[in-house]
Design a binder for this molecule. Structure first.
Ligand code: 4AZ
Length: 244
């Protein structure tokens, strides 16, 4: 059970090289990174997709804690900065001359993070240099949102290596708690009523509400199932510890 519901990082990495369709995100449409220049991909040093992220300052990326934890092992080691790259300005991750790759100078992972279902699934990467792309401010999850990513377009598909987006309804804490036993009201948010969702490889990526970064893709049972909303880290809750 747990194996199905957590974000399986190793699988995401293994899948990336095989991606060959023009899609990502379930039920969505293609997106151009020029329209959302703060969207980034996080890759290994040799260019394999790990996760999504968002630029919140010229040298800072918000992502999920599980994206910087080796192999998704519970309490697993934190990845070292030199094992990570941030890719910005690239709509198709296979087009290596588009956009920029930035080395990572530092990784902050929420100190209480243990596994996705327990929450605190947030991390901040500090880049070795600034990126010339617009960043996005943090905000509240007080309306429907748009989730973006380079991940799978169906539960068992290869990840799209191109950016996609989909609009998802943000549910109330009550409804999320009823549908997801591990839900933490206030610290998580959930979104989706089936058909539209984030999926493997979209982890760490942005949920945008009214032009602000409200959530980070964290986990779910499968993708886009009718009674299984996607679960996100609610960033407004973490503002004090994030410090911006
Ligand atoms: C994942 O494995 C994952 N439907 C992320 C989000 C969701 C499911 C799986 C939400 O990274």
């Amino acid at each position: 059970m747990r194996g199905k519901r957590i974000a399986v990082l190793a699988a995401a990495i293994a899948l990336v090289s095989g991606g060959s369709t023009a899609d990502a995100i379930v039920g969505g449409t293609p997106a151009q990174v020029a329209d959302t220049p703060w969207v980034v991909a996080i890759t290994t040093a040799d260019g394999q997709l790990i996760c999504g992220g968002a630029l919140v300052a010229p040298d800072k990326v918000v992502t999920a804690a599980h994206c910087v934890t080796n192999k998704g092992v519970i309490g697993g080691d934190q990845r070292l900065p030199q094992q990570l790259r941030v890719v910005a300005g690239r709509t198709d991750l296979r087009v290596k001359n588009e956009g920029l790759d930035a080395p990572v100078a530092g990784v902050w992972r929420h100190p209480d993070y243990r596994e996705v279902t327990r929450g605190d699934d947030v991390a901040v990467l500090t880049l070795a240099s600034t990126l010339p792309y617009r960043s996005i401010p943090l905000g509240e999850a007080d309306d429907d949102g748009v989730v973006l990513g380079y991940g799978r377009t169906a539960e068992n598909s290869a990840p799209s290596m191109t950016l996609r987006k989909v609009t998802v309804p943000v549910l109330s804490d009550r409804e999320c708690a009823r549908k997801e036993p591990d839900y933490r009201p206030g610290a998580m948010l959930c979104a989706g009523r089936g058909g539209r969702d984030a999926c493997t490889g979209d982890s760490g990526g942005p949920l945008v509400v009214r032009g602000r970064l409200a959530g980070v893709v964290s986990f779910g049972r499968g993708c886009a199932r009718a009674d299984e909303p996607g679960v996100y880290t609610r960033l407004a809750h973490y503002r004090p510890v994030l410090g911006f």
